[in-house]
Design a protein around this ligand. Structure first.
Ligand code: HSE
Length: 297
């Protein structure tokens, strides 16, 4: 028998990791949203917490509502938000991924995780206009994921320190995608392929140094960093403080650094100092590569 009510925890995610544009993603241990789903006679959305006033509650425009409608299930969805909005931390992906996964559990639909990623990505696209699965996939699978040709490959690296610093800057994913060039020089493509390949090996070995060195990307980082005031200074400060690598989380504006677990606090302070010297307020999450969606009640 299915369940009438589920309470789940859905993690923030960080897409791209530099050269893996639209391909790589990681789940973060914090922050996360808590979502309650209850069987009902119609689809209803209640949003509480961070940024709730800016998120549509009309199920047709809400990523979680669109997913419920794709699956044809009438549920009341209460989203308790902690993931900052429009931050590059998968705030629109988390509810889509969480609700797809939860409805599969509640109604015993028997869908595979790959199918759930496809449905969640459609939900995210319908509501946010952007098609990519590199946030919904890690939110469902946890760990590090590779999204390629409708296939998901996942693995769980251990003890990777992550510092995600979210500056008080608005970046629209749609705009950050529109500014990327349609073509890249073959040398830049080759460089990015090299770093993407090294990143996979780094993740397989839980090798912080190799992961960090592989985070550099040609073209994408240079263009998008122009949207993040203080980017170069913050990156330099993180590297000087011991980070193995720094890049933009998803389409930004959050910047993520990879480091040893015991160096997170020092690096978070250095990065926030960089933003502060650039007259930008920021907040830091000291986290690690973490679990995917889970039932908590
Ligand atoms: N891969 C997507 C992009 C992630 O960089 O546009 C958006 O969060």
């Amino acid at each position: 028998m299915g369940k009438d009510y589920l309470k789940i925890r859905v993690p923030a995610t960080s897409a791209n990791l530099g050269a893996g544009f639209d391909v790589f993603g990681i789940a973060l241990e914090i922050p996360f949203d808590i979502i309650e789903i209850e069987k009902s006679d119609r689809i209803g959305i209640i949003i509480r917490g961070r940024g709730s006033e800016h998120i549509p509650t009309d199920p047709r425009n809400n990523t979680a509502g669109v997913v419920a409608s794709i699956l044809g299930k009438t549920v009341k969805i209460t989203i308790n938000r902690n993931i900052p909005l429009s931050s590059g931390l998968g705030s629109s992906a988390a509810p889509a991924a969480g609700v797809a996964w939860a409805l599969n559990e509640m109604y015993e639909l028997g869908l595979s995780e790959e199918e759930l990623v496809g449905i969640a990505a459609r939900g995210e696209q319908a509501a946010s206009g952007v098609a990519h699965a590199d946030n919904v996939a890690p939110a469902i699978y946890g760990g590090f994921v590779i999204v390629h040709k409708d296939k998901i490959i996942s693995l769980m690296p251990e003890n990777i320190g992550i510092v995600a610093v979210h500056p008080d800057i608005i970046v629209s994913t749609r705009a950050a995608r529109a500014m990327l060039p349609g073509k890249m020089h073959i040398d830049d493509v080759s460089f990015n392929i090299g770093n993407a390949a090294s990143m996979v090996v780094g993740m397989m070995k839980s090798d912080i140094k190799l992961i960090g060195e592989s985070m550099e990307s040609r073209v994408i980082e240079r263009i998008r960093s122009g949207l993040i005031k203080g980017y170069s200074l913050v990156k330099k400060k993180a590297l000087d403080a011991g980070a193995a690598g720094v890049t933009i989380s998803g389409s930004g504006p959050t910047m993520i650094a990879v480091c040893r677990m015991d160096e997170r606090e020092k690096i978070a302070k250095a990065m926030m100092q960089g933003f502060s010297e650039s007259h930008v307020r920021s907040e830091a999450f000291m986290t690690t590569i973490g679990r995917g969606v889970e039932i908590i009640g």
